[in-house]
Ligand binder design. Structure first.
Ligand code: ADP
Ligand code: MG
Length: 285
């Protein structure tokens, strides 16, 4: 005869050994993916003989996947120094930088260049295209470094140039292209490896307003596709494209405002005269 479960009472139940919420539930907060970018107390000091230039002072910053962040600040405020650290082109003097949860400080040069090649796409103010090489060859370069075969390289580079509206200029050398077109080739080169993080240091600084709009549209689209975009700019209308604006002054973050949710398909058009949203904190996951 089976025992009557009711007759045994609560006393007989063994003490709970496991938490109510399973630890293997990956949606539980403890298992949420780390932010794409986590900067903790980073300082960068350049030693110029007896002079110490404090380019960054105690900067801490979290950036979620899918965010579109503009970094603003006057010349010399430390924007490029911060960008170079985010892009693993330079290392902090003190503090920690984690990308996707991995501490960059413990990686060797090989790991770092591999990380840069796989995860990060850079765009610079001065385009930095290789002269006397076609747009196609320029865009193929990062794939060549990554050891991608010739046919695959060609196909992917052609696709990337198409994505920035340069399909009809793939044979042109940089000197045969306008500034805006050169920057679009540079964007194609940055995205051809399919990076999750796009870093751009004043990408529209050398462009006229028409080309600026074209390039910004491309950044917005890349962000809509789920890529994280961080761009440095001096121009308010460029920053207006971003979901979050961070201001640096004298090597420190002095302002950090969110204008649109990280995961929205597109940053809401912003009314420039309206007061900014109240929260200046990191987006809550
Ligand atoms: P921003 O991009 O905002 O104009 P930077 O990050 O380029 O500013 O520079 C921040 C400060 O660090 C400036 O005072 C600059 O002169 C100094 N600096 C930048 N790079 C170097 C370097 N390689 N050696 C010495 N000082 C530097
Ligand atoms: Mg700079």
């Amino acid at each position: 005869m089976l025992p009557d479960p009711g007759a045994r009472g609560a006393r007989a139940r063994p003490p709970r050994r496991r938490p109510l919420i399973s630890r293997t539930d990956r949606s539980a907060p403890a298992f949420r993916r780390p932010p794409l970018i986590a900067v903790h107390g980073v300082a960068k000091t350049y030693e110029l003989g007896p002079i110490h230039v404090h380019a960054l002072r105690d900067v801490s910053l979290l950036i979620e996947r899918g965010d579109f962040v503009a970094i603003m600040g006057s010349s010399g405020s430390g924007k490029s120094t911060l960008m170079n650290i985010l892009g693993c082109l330079d290392v902090p003097s003190t503090g920690r930088y984690l990308i996707d949860g991995t501490d960059v400080g413990v990686m060797d040069e090989d790991d770092l260049s591999d990380l840069r090649n796989r995860k990060i796409g850079f765009i610079f103010q001065s385009f930095n295209l290789v002269a006397r090489m076609s747009a196609l060859a320029n865009v193929e370069l990062p794939l060549a470094y990554a050891g991608v075969g010739r046919a695959d390289r060609r196909r992917r580079a052609t696709e990337a140039l198409g994505a920035v509206g340069m399909a009809n200029r793939i044979g042109h050398q940089p000197s045969e292209l306008s500034g805006g077109q050169q920057q679009r080739v540079a964007v194609a080169r940055a995205i051809v490896t399919n990076p999750s993080l796009i870093l751009a240091d004043e990408p529209t600084g050398n462009l006229d307003s028409h080309s600026t709009r074209e390039v910004l549209l491309i950044f917005s689209r890349l962000n809509e596709e789920g890529r994280t975009v961080v761009l440095i700019t001096h121009e308010a209308d460029v920053a207006a494209q971003a979901k979050r604006v961070i201001r640096l002054s004298d090597g420190a973050i002095v302002d950090d405002r969110r204008y649109g949710p990280v995961r929205a398909a597109r940053a809401a058009p912003r009314d420039r005269d309206a007061p900014p949203p109240a929260s200046t904190e990191e987006a809550r996951p």
